[in-house]
Design a protein around this ligand. Sequence first.
Ligand code: BTN
Length: 271
Amino acid sequence: MDDLDLGQISGHINTSWLGRTIVLVGSVDSTNSWLKERAEEGRAKDGTLVISKVQTGGRGRLGRSFHSPEGGLYMSFFIRKPDMKMDTSLATIAAAISARDAIHELCGIRPRLKWVNDVYIGDRKVGGILVEGKFDPVGRTMDHLVIGIGINVTTEEFPEELKDIASSIVNETGIRISRSLLCARIADNLEKMLRETIEDPEGLVEDYKGSLMYIGHEITVSSGGGVRPARLVGVDRKGGLVVRYLDAEYEVTSVISSGEVTIRGGSGNGA
Ligand code: BTN
């Protein structure tokens, strides 16, 4: 039997509102885009979870593409009128923790997280998060959020250009977990973590920091303005990355918001 199956997912999910409506499709350009289109047409129900076996135009942060062949889990949740405290940064952190913990529960290995949205096992990226929100200028609140999560589960082959940076759970651990079970555990964890973003955002960020890669290490920060060496100090209460630039004449600590930059470990190996 296919390890990604609607009956299996709904049989294992224990949420009260998130993922109570589930749509499973064989192929779509992007599960985030699918939900955003329906949201524009007023046809997306709060809490809807859409999953695709394959994505033909999977998207990542900063306009990048996300390789999405058979063997991965590609899922997006729709949140209508999220609480004011739940912005895209905290929702990204909540989703990253949810994916980390679900993988840990199912294969006993705790992935690390690379700011702000990457899930790593060893030195390879096995998953990523893309949160997209629409602002309501009239109400001056968020109209909705789409939380997209992609995990390479049983994918064994990666294109040449991704081989050194991306991998899958099966390649890194030798463990072949059920995508249905992983999907249900992520949904359960995410419902809990979204509550945390409202009730205890500082606790959420502390939890995230506990798995953060490169903390205290030298990194390079790339943005439109170039590449700068820095030390990764931590994450602030809103999920911004706190860095100390190493090329500045004075000690300068800056907070970087998620939309702006990519970071690399000091070794510059693309991780
Ligand atoms: C990244 O690596 O920058 C984020 C990748 C996010 C991928 C997921 S897969 C499900 C959802 N649909 C998309 O098109 N992207 C997200």
